[in-house]
Design a protein around this ligand. Structure first.
Ligand code: DO4
Ligand code: MG
Length: 286
């Protein structure tokens, strides 16, 4: 079961919807669910949404649903250096902070950083940003853990942790500027619910980057390559911190384009995660 935010071609407001088959979207707004976050608060989540969907008369083919980011008031955080590939990339790009990445990969406490307010996240089809003052920009395709306001793990979605590698490599203290700026986080299109960690760990992640009609990068990894368990990451995120509106946690990247690659305005980033779907965004300078 997947929950998302959509608009009809003639409609202006975002509605909440569910799909059970990737063919049809069933409206949940008309049966009292006003946001994906609202859906994720329901007790007996899967059963309750199934019962509400059975009462809904508003349905449309999934191809006619214009999807938005399924996040609004939640905070979006991100874990880093959770894959060996990311540790190697960070060490290559850093002048004098390489050992910090080496150490955090094996340390009990993971790297976790604030990424975006939920309402700032870009949805499917919206432009993701590269900074005009960065020389080396990349997308980071990441599985996202979704938590409700009680901190319970309730689903998974796709995230793009857009990053400026020259800025983060110059000095670790510049990490917030490398990671958090306009349109630096894309989320969506669907939140997959009712799936346990073992199943999510069997999923593959793929990314392609297209430029002027050609594919200029393709890479793939497996969720199983994430070093830390989801419950470990959840525990660290919620340690000494509450999220009254719920939260999302990007789980790190295991796909890194070659060091000579940088994104350009007009590129198109396509990320696919098994079990969830496909998040596609054009790139623009901000
Ligand atoms: O410290 C750098 C950030 C690492 C990151 O975002 C990742 O591994 O995905
Ligand atoms: Mg990342």
């Amino acid at each position: 079961m997947k929950i998302g935010c959509y608009r009809t071609k003639s409609g202006t407001t975002l509605r909440t919807g569910v799909t059970f088959d990737d063919v049809e979207v069933i409206d949940l707004t008309s049966v009292g669910i006003h946001s994906p976050a609202d859906a994720l608060e329901q007790p007996d989540l899967v059963g309750r949404i199934q019962r509400l969907a059975a009462r809904s008369f508003m349905r449309l083919p999934i191809s006619e649903a214009l999807m938005g980011a399924p996040v609004n008031e939640q905070e979006i955080w991100a874990a880093g250096v959770t894959y060996l590939r990311s540790k190697a990339a960070r060490m290559e790009e850093s002048d004098f902070s390489a050992t910090a990445y080496d150490r955090v990969y094996d340390a009990p406490r993971p790297e976790i950083f604030f990424k975006s307010l939920g309402w700032k996240a870009v949805g499917p089809g919206g432009p993701v940003g590269i900074r005009h003052d960065a020389r080396w920009s990349v997308p980071e395709p990441e599985l996202v853990l979704v938590f409700n306001r009680r901190g319970e793990p309730v689903g998974y979605t796709i995230g793009n942790d857009m990053s400026s590698r020259d800025i983060e490599g110059e000095n670790l203290l510049y990490l917030p500027q490398a990671k958090t700026y306009s349109a630096s986080c894309a989320i969506g299109p669907w939140i997959r619910v009712g799936v346990d960690e073992a199943e999510a760990r069997s999923w593959g992640i793929r990314m392609e980057i297209h430029r002027d009609g050609s594919r200029v990068f393709a890479g793939a990894t497996q969720v199983s390559q994430i070093k830390r368990s989801f419950s470990e990451l959840r525990g660290w995120l919620h340690r000494c911190q509450e999220f009254p509106f719920g939260s999302m946690l990007l789980t790190g990247t295991g796909i890194v384009p070659p060091n000579e690659f940088t994104l350009q305005a007009g590129d198109r980033v396509v990320i696919e995660i098994d079990g969830i779907g496909r998040l596609e965004n054009p790139v623009a300078v901000v």
